[in-house]
Design a protein around this ligand. Structure first.
Ligand SMILES: CC(C)(COP(=O)(O)OP(=O)(O)OC[C@H]1O[C@@H](n2cnc3c(N)ncnc32)[C@H](O)[C@@H]1OP(=O)(O)O)[C@@H](O)C(=O)NCCC(=O)NCCS
Length: 182
């Protein structure tokens, strides 16, 4: 499903992604700065496949997907995939597609909005993510909101000649609620 609009701080919002957003993805993914630590760098990136992905995302029952917006302009994606509604857990992802916007706190705000929605609206118990350990920006954006390391797998992510560890982070609703008593 496509997530609802969630307005955040400093012009950051999560919004239901549009077909135009899906068509932007190949441009983002083609930049080495964006996909060094994440995702395939080649694929079926035609307009038709963007339409197919858009429709699939909209009707998917085990995922919630948002565009990340800055001042009403889409600049990335975030969401929760593979939701197990019985065990009430899912795997989060995030990408800011314009590397000139990295390091400004946009992902931190998007993770904050997404996590609050996961617990307060979706009633999930746990959200987790696999992050390349050396992807410091991604780890920190999640750790700031309360995600904690659950383990590491040495050397399983490979980019070129280098191997990187994979980091498993998770946040539990009980811990998050304890830190967000109003
Ligand atoms: C990872 C990513 C989402 C982070 O987004 P972002 O908007 O730059 O993150 P933030 O600005 O909220 O940064 C969070 C923290 O990490 C720091 N940080 C960000 N990028 C960093 C980098 N390359 N190196 C070191 N620190 C970094 C920020 O300074 C901030 O720390 P602070 O709160 O102490 O100041 C973004 O870089 C991205 O989309 N990368 C490409 C796709 C990707 O790797 N996605 C994640 C896959 S798991």
């Amino acid at each position: 499903m496509l997530g609802p609009r969630l307005a955040g701080r400093d012009g950051v919002a999560l919004a239901p992604p549009t077909l135009e957003d899906f068509k932007r993805y190949p441009v983002w993914a083609a930049q080495p700065e964006i996909t060094y630590f994440w995702g395939p760098r080649a694929g079926k990136w035609t307009e038709t496949s963007a339409e197919e992905r858009f429709k699939e995302s909209a009707k998917e029952e085990h995922g919630v997907h948002w565009a990340i917006q800055l001042d009403d302009r889409s600049i990335g994606f975030s969401g929760i995939d593979g939701i197990d509604w019985i065990r009430r857990q899912g795997e989060s992802y995030i990408i800011i597609g314009e590397h000139g916007l990295h390091g400004r706190g946009i992902a931190s705000e998007a993770v904050r909005l997404r996590t609050q929605f996961a617990f307060r609206e979706l009633n999930l118990h746990r959200v987790y993510n696999w992050i390349v350990y050396d992807n410091i920006g991604s780890r920190k954006a999640n750790e700031k909101i309360g995600y904690r390391e659950q383990g590491r797998i040495p050397g399983v992510f490979r980019r070129g000649l280098r191997r990187h560890d994979l980091w498993l982070g998770e946040i539990l609703r009980s811990d998050w609620e304890r830190d967000h008593r109003d």
